[in-house]
Design a protein. Structure first.
Length: 543
């Protein structure tokens, strides 16, 4: 038998009291602690020796956080009520933190919430001799409530902003409570749906129900705090709305899910836009597939995301693969292709000629690759569309033309006639043979108009002569025209005579496109004629 209470009032049921499952503490009228149950000591993190004989306030110091609240005042008022009116009193829930560790200077407190009541204990004479303090640690419930309130406030605010409907599910009672915007979003009142959890089940589209339920169960089983569901939900008008449902899961102290709070957002409009985009993209890809050329699309950052079947058929790349396209470009063209493509992302236009390897014969063919950007409403590039046009035959033909042109040019350079080709109405020089340099010196000829090349010929109406040939299409000749030339390129000029011929040059449509000037030197002939003339004069004088 223990006598932890006053000597005048022995407490003989100590062991029985200690073993009670509830959280009980016995206070004397002066608020000195007389005893406590083992369960109370465990929750309060105290030993019996630390409590018995201590004043209540001394045994349970007030934490800095609690000192700013009314908790101490509420506790004191409840005890005073029992002492004054000799009747039980139930306190409202208060926060009173428990000291869990202290070195005497830096006490550490753990946040706790309590639901307590005080019961007066009288002796046979009706004198109040003890106050029985009964309490419950409801910290977990308060935190769950705070979380629920926070989530609900967050969802209410979110719902108001994005036109969503809230709900709260009591898992243990299998009841669902509908909140704000239910009618505005889905056309129901909370009363129409009721509190049965089946009110949600029967309105989820049958094709989506199992998936949504499985995602919800997986989240609860793994201890997840949130889960986002997507499903179709029947509206009051019979239509199904596409819904994204953000759910918060609340657990008890044992880790069991007890409540869920969610917000259902109607995303039908965005789903319709998404579906329209998918259909549009599908039509666009079908259009690209129908092209006779290889075609592709790329993101604004340059990443290729699509090739049509013509590309895969020609290159042999695996169907659907978009990475590694550079490997089929000719090694000599790769660096240039990458550089031009990189610059195009800024400039907004892409065009290049490159060689692409064929998977059929392993040969490279020339292609003209072009790409144009598509812009959004704000003028930003949203997609690139590109094509490859096979120009291998044209390229080879052009190379053959270049070879013939070079051969002809070499032949003309060996010709005794000095040639100059002037093109267009401004008579721009496009070709000359080396002899022209001997005739008129090291001037700039190619790309220059005749008036700038030979300003000294203006006094001979040179420009009028060229215009006449170009416009009338008639050949004009000048015989034995004297020119002072630097024949040996040593700065010493000598007299020379040339026969000049100006004749129109026609294009493939028989239109005049330029004037060809040819100059054949006849110096020897002129000098011979002059010599003969001199001899004839000398003979005549002798006769």
């Amino acid at each position: 038998m223990t006598t932890n209470l006053k000597d005048s009032t022995p407490f003989s049921l100590g062991p029985v009291f200690h073993a009670l499952p509830g959280l009980y503490m016995v206070l004397q009228p002066d608020l000195v602690i007389a005893d406590a149950t083992d369960a109370y000591l465990s929750v309060a993190s105290k030993t019996r020796e630390q409590l018995i004989g201590q004043h209540l306030q001394q045994a349970f110091p007030v934490s800095p956080a609690v000192s700013k609240l009314d908790s101490v005042h509420i506790l004191h008022e409840s005890l005073q009520h029992v002492l004054e009116f000799k009747e039980p009193h139930k306190m409202p829930v208060i926060r009173y933190d428990i000291e869990t560790d202290s070195d005497g200077r830096n006490p550490h407190f753990e946040e706790r919430y309590w639901a307590s009541s005080h019961l007066p204990v009288f002796d046979n004479d009706g004198t109040l001799i003890y106050i029985l303090h009964e309490t419950q640690d409801i910290t977990q419930q308060v935190r769950q409530h705070q979380t629920s309130v926070h989530n609900r406030e967050h969802l209410d605010m979110l719902s108001s902003a994005i036109h969503a409907a809230n709900w709260e599910l009591d898992i243990q009672q299998d009841q669902i409570f509908w909140g704000a915007n239910l009618y505005e979003v889905f056309g129901y009142t909370p009363e129409e749906l009721g509190v049965a959890a089946d009110s949600w089940n029967v309105r989820v589209h049958p094709d989506d129900f199992e998936k949504a339920l499985a995602d919800m169960e997986e989240a609860k089983n793994t201890g997840a705090k949130t889960v986002t569901l997507e499903y179709r939900f029947a509206k009051a008008n019979g239509e199904y709305a596409h819904v994204t449902d953000k759910c918060y899961i609340i657990y008890n102290e044992s880790g069991e899910p007890i409540r869920m709070v969610g917000s259902m957002i109607d995303i039908s409009a965005s789903k319709r836009v998404e579906q329209a985009l998918l259909e549009s993209e599908d039509r666009f890809h079908k259009l690209l597939e129908s092209l006779p050329h290889m075609a592709w699309t790329a993101l604004p950052n340059g990443k290729v995301i699509f090739f049509n079947r013509s590309w895969y058929a020609y290159t042999g790349m695996p169907m659907g693969q978009t990475e590694g396209w550079v490997k089929v470009i000719h090694p000599e063209d790769t660096a240039q292709v990458i550089m031009v493509w990189h610059n195009a992302l800024t400039l907004g236009y892409y065009e290049i000629e490159c060689r692409v390897k064929s998977s059929i014969d392993g040969q490279y063919r020339w292609f003209l690759e072009r790409a144009e950007p598509l812009f959004d409403d704000k003028g930003n590039i949203k997609l690139w569309i590109g094509t490859y046009t096979d120009i291998d035959e044209q390229k080879q033909a052009f190379e053959q033309v270049q070879i013939r042109d070079r051969r002809l040019e070499n032949i003309l350079k060996l010709s005794p006639a000095h040639l100059c080709l002037l093109q267009g109405p401004n008579h721009v020089c496009k070709f000359i043979t080396p002899g022209v340099y001997a005739m008129y010196g090291n001037r700039r000829y190619l790309g220059k108009p005749a008036r700038e090349i030979w300003p000294e010929l203006d006094e001979f109406d040179f420009q009028l002569l060229l215009n006449h040939v170009y416009q009338q299409g008639k050949t004009f000749t000048i015989d034995a025209f004297k020119v002072n030339i630097d024949r040996h390129q040593n700065g010493q000029k000598t007299e020379a005579w040339f026969n000049f011929k100006y004749q129109p040059i026609l294009d493939e449509n028989e239109n005049i496109e330029g004037v060809l000037i040819s100059a054949v030197e006849v110096t020897d002939l002129i000098l011979a004629k002059n010599r003969i003339a001199e001899l004839e004069i000398a003979l005549q004088k002798q006769v």
